[in-house]
Write a protein that binds this ligand. Structure first.
Ligand SMILES: [Zn+2]
Length: 366
């Protein structure tokens, strides 16, 4: 029976967590030296390994015989913690609300000692979703944590957390994973699974995952199901069907080069992929916004959060533009966003916008 790659390759040790060595090395050494904190904050984009790392850490600090800082999965404690009904590692999803009541009585429950291991671990996912009263309850516990309690708070939106919580946590920032790291990871998995995959198909799948290991594995599962053991770049493009950064950048580039024919051809191609023209207008505005950031910011990725490969695409395209021209083009595409919903021919409106951008470029030159 086929087991989803997404489940089968979920990391079980720190060394299997992809692309977050700056975090896993610290956690491993904490396990090895026994210097465990009371509260950890894991932040970062979805699918970068926060929850998996939290689960590994929760087991590792309890394991009787850790292997290089990771849980052994063989000792009695590891075995008991692998049971989803264990009471020592408590996972709470703050987004789903169903266990938020538990936060309120955490203060009561933290008094009880762990049943199997040394520590009782609370993993609170999407912690920024907690209500104010739940935050207060959590804060009171963080102020005087009993020695056998460890909190791991995970969030995609760290700016929504109260400063009082932040100041009590050891913070770890999970990064988006580089394209090449994702490609290598996928190659390893497909080789182990004896799945054929074209070189370009690897690149397309990794690029579509946009830095997330989890997204990549879910995409890979789709490809395996659709391609029946032989994954080609063409089939991947058929499934993804989306328009990626480079195709929008191609339009921007044609505008810069005043190549109207090329710009119209690319737009036509996007339409044939079944893309809604309203979305294209919005995406073009975003593309020019990203180009402005790439051109003008010292550390553009602080805002953009792209992998280096994608960032380089933007930096390269931005080089040929002057900033005023980028700003003008952004304004032109943003001005048609509301109009295009009611346009009889949305594509013509987009073409008109392209022509307007070209005209501006000419005036700029004179
Ligand atoms: Zn163990």
């Amino acid at each position: 029976m086929y087991q989803a790659l997404y489940r089968k390759y979920r990391p079980k040790t720190f060394d299997e967590v992809v692309g977050q060595e700056h975090i896993t090395s610290t956690l491993k050494s904490q396990v090895q030296t026994g210097k465990i904190g009371h509260a950890y904050l894991f932040t970062g984009t979805r699918g970068t390994g926060k929850t998996s790392t939290a689960k590994i850490f929760a087991k590792a600090i309890n394991c009787l015989n850790p292997q290089m800082g990771s849980p052994c999965y063989k000792c009695s404690v590891c075995k008991s913690l692998m049971d989803a009904n264990n009471v020592d590692v408590i996972e709470i999803d703050a987004a789903s609300n169903n266990r938020v009541d538990e936060i309120r009585d955490i203060r009561e429950k933290v008094k009880f000692m762990p049943v199997n291991g040394k520590y009782k671990v609370y993993i609170i996912d999407e912690v920024h979703m907690l209500t104010e009263s739940a935050f207060n309850a959590l804060l009171k516990t963080l102020e005087e944590p009993p020695p056998h309690i460890v909190f791991i708070l995970a969030t995609t939106e760290v700016h929504k957390l109260p400063a009082t919580i932040l100041s009590r946590c050891m913070r770890f920032d999970f990064h988006l994973i580089e394209n090449q790291v994702l490609i290598d990871q996928l190659k390893k998995i497909f080789e182990a699974e004896e799945i054929n995959c074209e070189e370009d198909a690897y690149k397309l799948i990794a690029a579509a995952a946009e830095g997330s290991d989890r997204d990549m594995l879910s995409l890979a599962d789709c490809m395996v199901a659709y391609c029946e053991g032989n994954i080609t770049a063409q089939k991947v493009m058929d499934i993804l069907g989306n328009t990626s950064h480079d195709i929008y950048l191609k339009i921007a580039e044609s505008i810069q080069k005043k190549d109207i024919g090329e710009a119209f051809t690319v737009l036509d191609k996007i339409e044939h992929q079944g893309k809604n023209m309203n979305v294209v207008a919005k995406d073009m505005t975003t593309t020019f916004r990203n180009l402005i950031i790439a051109k003008t910011c010292k550390d553009p990725n602080q805002i953009l959060g792209f992998t280096n490969d994608i960032l380089n695409l933007y930096l390269n395209t931005a080089k040929d533009f002057d900033t005023n021209e980028l700003m003008e083009d952004m304004k032109i595409f943003s001005s048609i966003e509301s109009e295009i919903k009611f346009a009889l021919s949305p594509k013509t409106l987009l073409e008109t916008a392209i022509v307007t951008c070209l005209t501006y470029g000419n005036q700029g030159k004179n």
